[in-house]
Design a protein around this ligand. Structure first.
Ligand code: NDP
Length: 515
């Protein structure tokens, strides 16, 4: 196999007529398919259940995007058994063949690109560019991991020792569990499954309940690409029921989780407990929340800073783990920066995702409640500079909201809101800005707008986050370009889309033969 060198898939902007027309056509076609039902997939078999997961359109919650079967503990047991059965042969596949299969899946996904984007518009309220960026990221994960996995086939170098033949090589772990969030329901799910699978593991995947249909579409792609039965198993269900059961299961070899801090901590604890009959220590990968800060100092290009802040805070309604939720701005330029941010944010259009606004709805009634709660808290903790309200109508629409004069230890400056709410913290100087930036329990993304080389270098060393950006927005990490993962309570820093990611799912075996 001689793969093309990896480069990220370009993200469609829909500024020219052809892609825009193709998107409109895809929306019509997908709309005609709304409401369909999708079964579980266990060991290649389609399995239906009496209970259903119902996925609705957050722009219009009365519209059912689709339903899936809802797994319970017995289906979870069967799925793990199927994954172990498939592991026996999948682990023996030559790496080149496994990589070729991932490349094939990337081709199928590329062919269905506009259609997948349309599903994201309906199921989770992304506008066209956000949807396009996500599909491109999913394609990138497949291609990047296909190529990265080849490098492990040669094993690891060891030092020669007289009288012995020594070697060290990598083997996969076994059957693992993938539990995914709803905010990148295609890309994160795809990457979390196909990373481990690329290097010979098998997986039981539980998508988030709000986004089971796009997950079913991903499994259609795996099937079309020819992924063998049992290598990937599709198991939608309730997190607290089937997710928790999978995590505690003695047959689970590893847990690859992305989601909230609260659930991540519970998973960490459960997985650490030895279940009866369990033969290993589970490996647990947790990529969790953030309270990401963007510093703007008095030397910065203020226009660029305002643009980057608005893009980072309000893209996909602020529902990105990397979203800027704290703007930390030096007093001297604070009024100017806040004014520009408010002016730009005020111009953002909000509406049904199908109409391609700047901001669609938040994801669910649960997200709506959370955002409402923090809008109330913010009224007491800051000075409302923009927004602050939910819009009329059944869709979960909120105005972009900016609270100014927020204290660094306020709840809206410390707790992840995961919505279109920005807290502005004013500080006397750059030293204070860095201290505030590092003053949360998270450490996912961060950014600095400054023209001072000295300060940028200081931030490079002292701003303690997994992904740090200078003079640009702090969202939109690209696979292979910006390996992604956080410090502190933002997670275990697996660095998805990075050159070492696949090592997480391998173990090294060392073999010595005496001559
Ligand atoms: P949740 O933690 O609520 O849910 C994530 C997944 O865990 C869902 O599939 C959920 O199922 C499942 N789950 C819920 N309870 C349990 C349990 N007790 N045991 C096992 N699984 C369970 O997160 P969200 O889906 O709301 O996602 C948003 C969060 O994800 C934010 O905090 C965000 O910052 C974080 N995130 C982090 C990223 C990173 O790379 N660091 C990237 C993207 C998001 P169900 O849907 O049924 O509840």
């Amino acid at each position: 196999m001689t793969p093309e060198p990896y480069r990220p898939e370009p993200v469609e902007t829909f500024l020219s007529p052809e892609p825009l027309a193709a998107m409109h056509k895809a929306l019509v076609e997908v709309k005609a398919q709304l409401g369909r039902h999708y079964p579980l997939i266990i060991g290649g078999e389609k399995v239906d259940t009496a209970r259903k997961v119902v996925s609705t359109n957050p722009s219009d919650p009365a519209q059912v995007v689709g339903t899936t079967a809802m797994a319970s503990a017995s289906e979870a047991d069967a799925a793990l058994e199927a994954a172990w059965k498939a592991f026996a042969s999948w682990k023996k596949w030559p790496q080149e063949d496994r990589s070729r299969l991932l490349m094939k899946a990337a081709h199928v996904m590329k062919r269905r690109q506009r259609e997948l984007e349309a599903w994201l518009v309906y199921e989770i309220g992304k506008n066209y560019v956000e949807a396009a960026a996500e599909v491109a990221e999913a394609i990138d994960f497949l291609r990047y991991y296909a190529i990265q996995s080849l490098k492990y086939a040669a094993g690891a170098p060891v030092t020669h020792f007289p009288g012995e033949d020594n070697e060290a090589f990598y083997i996969p772990l076994g059957a693992g569990v993938v539990i995914a969030p709803w905010n990148f329901p295609l890309a994160i799910l795809c990457g979390m499954i196909m990373g481990p699978v690329a290097v010979g593991n098998t997986v039981v995947a539980k998508p988030a309940e709000d986004t089971v249909v796009i997950a079913a579409k991903l499994f259609e792609i795996f099937e079309e690409a020819g992924v063998p039965a049992g290598v990937v198993n599709f198991l939608p269900g309730e997190g607290s029921e089937v997710g928790a059961h999978l995590v505690a299961h003695p047959k689970t070899r590893f847990v690859n989780f992305t989601g909230s801090l609260e659930v991540g901590l519970r998973i960490n604890e459960t997985a650490a407990r030895l279940a009866p009959g369990q033969l290993w220590l589970k490996r647990v990968f947790l990529e969790l929340g953030g309270k990401d800060g963007l510093i703007v100092d008095e030397t910065a290009d203020l226009e660029a800073a305002a643009l980057g802040t608005v893009q980072s805070a309000f893209g996909f309604q602020g529902q990105k783990c990397s979203a800027a939720s704290r703007l930390i701005v030096v007093d001297k330029v604070a009024d100017l920066v806040v004014e520009r941010v408010v002016e730009r944010a005020r111009q953002l259009s909000v509406g049904p995702a199908e109409e391609n606004p700047d901001m669609g709805p938040v994801a669910s009634a649960q997200q709506e409640n959370t955002v409402r709660k923090y809008l109330d808290i913010g009224q007491d903790e800051g000075k409302l500079a923009l927004g602050g309200h939910r819009l009329e109508g059944s869709g979960y629409f909120f105005e972009p909201t900016v609270f100014d004069h927020v204290a660094p230890d306020a709840r809206i400056a410390q707790e992840e809101i995961f919505g279109p709410v920005l807290s502005v913290i004013r500080v006397p100087d750059f030293d204070a800005a860095l201290e505030v930036a590092n003053g949360t329990r998270f450490g996912l993304t961060g950014g600095v707008y400054s023209r001072s080389r000295d300060r940028l270098e200081r931030a490079r060393r002292e701003f303690h986050v997994g992904n740090l950006y200078f003079n640009r927005k702090i969202t939109g990490a690209l696979v292979g370009v910006q390996p992604f993962g956080g410090f502190n309570l933002s997670g275990t820093d697996t660095k998805a889309g990075g050159p070492d990611y696949l090592l997480n799912f391998l173990q090294m075996k060392s073999v010595t033969e005496r001559y």
